[in-house]
Ligand binder design. Structure first.
Ligand code: SF4
Ligand code: SF4
Length: 185
């Protein structure tokens, strides 16, 4: 997903709180910790712990115990997916539209040639749920890209999304703590 416009998970007793239902609180904490987490991800560009894939998978599994996308939808509200040709064909057919009609109505082309939404929040977000979930763009289906390999190749994406996606914020925050504990960092 691309940025177009523009998650405290630690309570006082050190327990993670599910904050995806409180985006205001998330934004405050994310703003406070963004520089530190960005620094961690930037350093990961140079130093990648050997067992990083395992650590990412293990940590990511804990993230989804605490972050609930169905109560968040911040990505759909503040970013746009890129639409590949296959996405346009599939979604327009689902809506009973011709691909050109679909493009003219909803999309615009960026300088790099990517098709993106004209508007935010996404036109398909209804009551904080995706109304075309079964046929949504591949970019949406893969978001927030935590399973991409190698993980550190997507550092720039994660840096962009730290203050937009509570799941990415939580993953990077927990990864940083784990790496700092286990490695000379
Ligand atoms: S297509 Fe669905 S999942 Fe993708 S941004 Fe729009 S509402 Fe969100
Ligand atoms: S992927 Fe991130 S921003 Fe999107 S709904 Fe889930 S937690 Fe929120």
């Amino acid at each position: 997903m691309k940025k177009v416009r523009k998650g405290t998970n630690l309570s006082g007793n050190g327990l993670y709180l599910p904050f995806s239902m409180d985006l205001k609180r998330f934004r405050i904490l994310a703003a406070r910790k963004k520089t530190k987490l960005t620094g961690f991800l930037t350093k990961l560009d140079d130093i990648v712990p050997e067992d990083m894939p395992k650590l990412v998978a293990k940590t990511d599994a804990t993230v989804w115990n605490d972050v609930d996308c169905t109560s968040c939808a911040n990505c759909c509200k503040t970013m746009t997916p890129t639409f590949r040709k296959a996405d346009i064909v599939r979604i327009s057919a689902h809506l009973g539209m011709k691909p050109k009609e679909f493009v003219d109505k909803w999309l615009e082309k960026e300088e790099d040639g990517d098709w993106v939404n004209k508007q935010q929040p996404c036109q398909f977000l209804v009551d904080d749920k995706c109304s075309i979930y079964e046929v949504r763009p591949k970019d949406c289906a893969e978001f927030p890209h935590h399973n991409k390999k190698p993980f550190d190749l997507y550092n720039d994406t994660f840096i962009q999304n730290l203050h937009r996606c509570p799941a990415t914020f939580t993953l990077v925050d927990r990864l940083m703590k784990a790496v700092e504990k286990e490695y000379e960092w």
